[in-house]
Design a protein around this ligand. Structure first.
Ligand code: BGC
Length: 248
């Protein structure tokens, strides 16, 4: 079975059809720029372009950088505030004419890593952190997701954690990986003290560069880079749209 997975990020909207049995992309992924401002209308139009590009007619799963409660967006830290309280599934399905399931973007990446990646067969407490425009989190216990943890919004050194330690902040301030790793390590220490996870998985674009900053992390908890790297968000969004009762 194939599902179109779409990962809506602060700077790019990426999509590809996903084979949900294997977790592999069944076509080259396409990345389009996130419209600015990222209003629901503008994002729906970009999703429409992705659907057209893949000539897609089946189910679609979307990861959105917002807390998503029963399809309704509750926050909008890096997207337009017009998303707040919108029934995103109803809205995007109406705009595109296809059945669209929406999940938090970090939760999507977590689902993919737990099934196909670094979290495979890890039963304890696993905390995946995606590092990009913001900091996203996905918490698992015994392989089961606790959705919408939004741990990028904890207070860190007097600031919102994602303002202090995201990849966007590293780039904006021109911090070396070593300098930035100190901030990120502080963040992981805080998460360790609050959750005592058995494993941290680090995802997002920066996970490709893990060799540049993992050596500076001092946290005791085991830390692994996301296996699916930046594709986890696409694969997990597709997994979220698997019809109930189907066992991939
Ligand atoms: C949002 C989260 C999202 C994270 C990563 C945060 O600003 O609040 O919902 O998962 O960014 O995109």
């Amino acid at each position: 079975m194939q599902i179109l997975g779409i990962d809506i990020g602060g700077s790019g909207i990426k999509g590809a059809p996903v084979d949900i049995e294997s977790g592999a992309l069944s076509d080259d992924r396409l990345r389009l720029a996130t419209p600015q401002p990222a209003t629901p209308e503008a994002v729906a139009a970009t999703i429409g372009n992705l659907i057209q590009h893949f000539n897609w007619q089946g189910p679609v799963g979307c990861g959105l950088p917002a807390a998503i409660q029963n399809g309704i967006a509750r926050t909008a830290a890096n997207i337009d505030p017009a998303w707040i309280d919108l029934d995103t599934e109803q809205f995007l399905s109406r705009k595109t004419g296809l059945g669209i399931t929406v999940i938090n973007d970090a939760d999507a990446a977590g689902l993919a890593e737990m099934r196909f990646g670094a979290g495979r067969q890890r039963d304890g407490t696993v905390l995946l952190i995606t590092v990009g425009t913001g900091l996203g989190s996905a918490l698992f216990r015994g392989g089961v997701l606790v959705p919408n943890t939004e741990l990028g919004h904890l207070d860190l050194n007097g600031q919102v954690a994602e303002h202090y330690a995201s990849a966007a902040t590293r780039e904006r301030l021109g911090l070396s990986y070593k300098k930035w790793a100190k901030r990120f390590d502080m963040y992981l220490q805080q998460l360790q003290e609050l959750f005592w996870p058995d494993l941290f998985i680090i995802g997002g674009g920066i996970s490709k560069k893990h060799a540049k900053f993992f050596p500076y992390l001092t946290v005791k908890t085991e830390v692994l880079p996301a296996d699916l790297r930046n594709e986890a968000g696409i694969v997990g969004a597709a997994l979220a749209a698997v019809p109930p009762g189907t066992d991939p």
